[in-house]
Design a protein around this ligand. Structure first.
Ligand code: 6PG
Length: 259
């Protein structure tokens, strides 16, 4: 992908890499993203007979997941042929409130007809959860040249510009030969994490970064400032999201842009 900047003069004023979609409020943003998600799902199902998605946790995306479930416009999503992966996970038991997959089950998975064999939580309490998850991907995707290609990845961004569990100055930032790693150390917000790496994330066909609320505006400005001089994944990790042959779109509500 060419690392194109949006026109900084556009009304959101944010020169972010990829496309920027701004909605007046969070509800409208969920609608817009839901429509894009549905059309990507139908296309993947049509072209490849499966829709592989990797979802994030944190606090932002839960209303979006619930919207996918209840809004009749999204009824066409082929959940029976969807594979659900998680972008990153905290190393806590699966019944711990901090476990992303626990929340995902409650928000979405319990009510969709996706077969259990296509639902892929990380076995984070095992000795080598990263190798296990990679193995599960090899089985699900079959032989691939390089990392498998997710059809859709939903990312969030923290105030320190981390995405997934790729924290500033942490070990996982530098990994180029693994799809999944454990990330821990002084720069990782506890508890330790298991995360998808840049090579896997950047192989995706479509990546969406969802940022909602005024609390995101400072970090978004920082990303835009950094991009002006060049990506710096070590200090501003989300700038390491550079799809190799896919699309990156930022989904922002007006407050996140600082408007
Ligand atoms: C997680 C994440 C993480 C998250 C950001 C934003 O599980 O915590 O995947 O990268 O998306 O920290 O978090 P908020 O949505 O809480 O702002």
């Amino acid at each position: 992908m060419t690392y194109e900047l949006n026109d900084p003069a556009a009304d959101h004023g944010l020169a972010l890499p990829g496309e920027v979609h701004v909605a007046p409020d969070a509800d409208t943003l969920y609608d817009d993203l839901g429509l894009v998600f549905t059309s990507l799902a139908l296309r993947a199902d049509d072209e490849r007979g499966a829709f592989h998605i990797a979802l994030s946790g944190g606090t932002t995306p839960w209303p979006f997941y619930q919207r996918l479930l209840i809004d009749t416009r999204f009824r066409e999503i082929p959940w029976e042929r969807t594979h659900i992966w998680i972008v990153d996970e905290r190393r806590v038991p699966d019944d711990d409130e901090r476990n992303n997959f626990k929340s995902l089950r409650g928000a979405l998975l319990e009510d969709i007809p996706t077969p259990a064999s296509q639902v892929h939580p990380m076995m984070v309490m095992k000795d080598d959860p990263a190798a296990m998850y990679e193995e599960e991907m090899r089985t699900a995707f079959g032989a691939t040249q390089g990392p498998p290609r997710m059809d859709f990845v939903l990312l969030g961004m923290g105030g320190d510009c981390h995405t997934a569990s790729l924290f500033p100055n942490s070990d996982a930032i530098h990994v180029t030969d693994r799809w999944i790693v454990v990330n821990d150390g002084p720069n990782v917000t506890p508890p330790p994490r298991v995360t998808m790496t840049y090579p896997l994330l950047n192989a995706a066909r479509s990546l969406a970064v969802l940022c909602i609320g005024a609390k995101k505006s400072e970090a978004l400005r920082r990303v835009a400032d950094q991009i002006r001089t060049g990506p710096d994944p070590v200090n501003v990790p989300i700038t390491g999201i550079q799809p190799t042959d896919g699309e990156l779109t930022w989904y922002l509500d007006a407050e996140a842009t600082g408007a």
